[in-house]
Design a protein around this ligand. Structure first.
Ligand code: SF4
Length: 675
């Protein structure tokens, strides 16, 4: 029997729509949806390849319990009894010693349920998620200036209206390919595109600046200072802090910034002039400026520039951050962050706490306070954290300082992993619970422009694998705390989730599965007649005063290393590679990219193995020599075991967002003689 189900791609934050075609229950083909509101009928190679993941021969189809050191298939009853045996005593003694690690790959409903499970079911404050690693600095900066964090405060189509697009550390062509159509439309209308990245990543840019990693704030600060000298400051809306911001960049000179960033003065001047002359310049940032120790302050500087030049909130202009994970936007809104409650409520705000306590029918005093951030949770494993549940991520590969993180995970009394493939983290676990993939579950996801879309179930999970939301409820019941987790079906959970967001900043309460069958909505959607909010960043802002709060960020000069590591992604792979490394349709092998001058300096030839050493580990990778990276910088992608995160620092965090600084770091390189 043939069936076609319209759903969304799970592999990046664009969330392209496609039709999944099934024959006799088996997924056989994917075709892009022409009416897709985000990608307009395109799907990239990762989206097309996702088909073969669904029935991959390594799919987990039974719970696995470590018995005698070996992960052994067991029934669900045995698995849940083992969970209860290990976890109940921890909850009785000190619930904060149970850690919960979520993911930006989870649907909104699972995000909500995971946060509720941690706080209401288990009573632990020790919950955070892997999005802390990829979006928290931009989110913190947006929140502190506007009281709101929606990655793009405009529809993607607005990009086509820009007349200057400045990309700070954002590799759109390889990581979010359909977004390129909007840059192309802008360029076709005469827009300039400037790419600021130590690597010449592919794209449409007419101008490429290749500064040293970690210097973006100085470039943006200099631009702001030049605009001020040229009399081009005109705040976008009422704001506090403008004078302090301008004062903080007043010392930046073309000569000084060019020297620190390693670019030509003329290049910086040209960029500043282009920006000053543009009518609708748009700054987009990716992880380059964000995953730094001063990531929040760097994003604040980008915001200050867009805001004080008068472009913030202007269609086609302003600032936006390009969220990357499959549900990177929705995943950061509904309560799996250590400091957050559903609807983007704050766990520190008395009114927000009172609302959620009342909604869940528990005393406000029983709701835990804010807990540790993701990396702090990992580093506490084996000491303050005794047991941990990991769902939808693979920190053994993807966490900064991965060798140390693996050491800490191994020190736990009990590690539980919910996943659909045997990731490196799952293989370390004491209990592995087989979950569902994207085509096997209902739900909603929210893309990088805050657009809520429906994910539809097309097939059942294989073998004894269960839908993730059922597994989370099973865990609550297993420890005798299932009273508030007795959903008769998924629809009941989804209805509760939408209602829980009512009155929050990310308000989805006007949504229903039926409405989402007809169209998509950009949040907030506060009632059932509301058609969504394409542009949420208008004054009065959601700050205490209603005015924007501009932050004067320190213009610190980073210490320059002999060899600076920069990390990132490549087109054919996804995150820690659990799916994409197994997918025959996707390619790529780990290497270290070096400029010919750097290779010469270290005596390296093409393909020669290099031993790279970082603060917590080392990696041996073949040299890939390319002029597309600046001298003195080594690029390593993070999708493979033994790659980038063996070299990154485990314990260097942005003090504002608690995001690890693992976009760049210091490495040493030694050639390994070929055998
Ligand atoms: Fe999937 Fe992203 Fe590719 Fe679209 S661009 S098909 S969402 S991986």
């Amino acid at each position: 029997m043939s069936k076609t189900v319209r759903t969304t791609c799970p592999y990046c934050a664009v969330q392209c729509n496609f039709d999944l075609h099934l024959e006799d229950g088996l997924a056989v083909r994917i075709t892009p949806t022409r009416e897709c509101p985000v990608a307009g009928g395109t799907v990239c190679k990762k989206g097309l390849a996702s088909l073969s993941d669904l029935r991959h021969p390594e799919r987990l189809t039974s719970p696995l319990l470590r018995i005698g050191g070996v992960l052994t298939p067991v029934s669900w009853d045995v698995a849940l009894a083992a969970f209860a045996d290990k976890v109940r005593p921890i909850l009785d003694a000190d619930p904060s010693r149970l850690g919960v690690m979520g993911s930006g790959a989870l649907t909104n409903e699972k995000t909500y349920l995971l946060g509720k499970l941690a706080r209401v079911g288990f009573g632990t404050p020790s919950i955070d998620y892997n999005g802390r690693f990829c979006m928290s600095s931009a989110a913190t900066a947006m929140n502190r200036s506007f009281g709101l964090d929606r990655g793009l405060g405009f529809p993607l189509a607005d990009i086509a209206r820009s007349d200057l697009i400045v990309l700070f550390g954002a590799n759109i062509a390889e990581t979010l390919p359909p977004v390129m159509q909007f840059l192309k439309a802008a360029k076709d209308r005469g827009a300039n595109i400037v790419n600021i990245d130590p690597r010449a990543t592919p794209g449409l840019a007419q101008t490429q600046l290749a500064p040293y990693p970690g210097t973006d704030h100085l470039i943006a600060g200099l631009m702001l200072n030049l605009l001020n000298h040229w009399g081009r400051i005109r705040a976008s809306a009422p704001a506090d802090g403008a004078a302090e911001v301008l004062e903080s960049v007043a010392h930046l000179t073309l000569e000084g910034v060019a020297k620190v960033c390693g670019v030509q003065e003329a290049e910086l001047l040209k960029l500043a002039r282009l920006y000053a002359q543009a009518h609708r310049p748009l700054i987009l940032s990716g992880r380059g400026p964000e995953q730094q120790q001063n990531g929040t302050d760097t994003v604040s500087t980008l915001i200050n520039l867009a805001f004080l030049a008068g472009h913030f909130g202007k269609p086609g202009g302003g600032y936006g951050t390009l969220t990357g994970q499959g549900n990177g936007q929705g995943g950061r809104e509904h309560g799996q962050k250590s400091d957050q409650l559903p609807g983007y409520r704050s766990i520190r705000d008395p009114a927000d706490r009172a609302f959620m306590a009342d909604f869940w029918g528990v005393p406000e005093s029983s709701l835990p306070r804010a807990g540790r951030s993701a990396q702090e949770l990992f580093l506490a494993c084996g000491t303050e954290i005794q047991a941990m549940i990991v769902i939808g991520s693979n920190p053994a590969i993807s966490a900064p300082g991965a060798a140390l993180v693996r050491e800490r995970l191994a020190a736990l009394d009990f590690l539980v992993v919910i996943d659909f493939l045997p990731s490196e983290t799952a293989l370390m676990a004491d209990l592995v619970l087989p979950g569902s993939m994207w085509a096997e579950e209902e739900g909603t996801t929210t893309n990088l422009e805050g657009r809520v879309q429906r994910r539809r179930k097309a097939m059942t999970a294989p073998g004894a694998a269960r839908e993730d939301w059922r597994i989370l409820c099973d865990l609550a019941h297993a420890v005798g705390r299932g009273e508030r987790f007795a959903y008769p079906d998924f629809a009941a959970l989804q209805t509760e989730f939408f209602a829980a967001t009512a009155g929050g900043k990310a308000d989805y309460s006007g949504l229903s599965a039926e409405r989402l069958d007809e169209q998509t909505f950009q949040w907030p959607v506060p009632h059932a007649d509301h058609s969504g909010t394409p542009h949420p960043y208008f004054a009065p802002y959601q700050t205490a005063t209603g005015r924007a709060k501009l932050i004067a960020a320190p213009m610190t000069v980073p210490t320059r290393a002999l060899l600076t590591l920069t990390t990132g992604r490549v087109a054919g792979q996804y995150q820690s590679g659990t799916q994409s490394r197994r997918n025959p349709g996707l390619k790529g092998t780990p290497d270290v990219q070096l400029h010919p001058d750097t290779a010469r300096e270290y005596g390296l030839s093409q393909g020669q193995p290099v031993r790279l050493q970082g603060p917590h580990g080392e990696a041996v990778l073949p040299a890939s020599i390319t002029p597309k990276i600046r001298p003195g910088v080594a690029f390593v992608a993070f999708h493979w075991p033994g790659s980038a995160n063996e070299l990154t620092s485990a314990d260097t965090l942005d003090p504002h967002s608690r995001m690890p600084a693992y976009k760049s770091g210091v490495v040493s390189a030694v050639p390994v003689p070929s055998a």
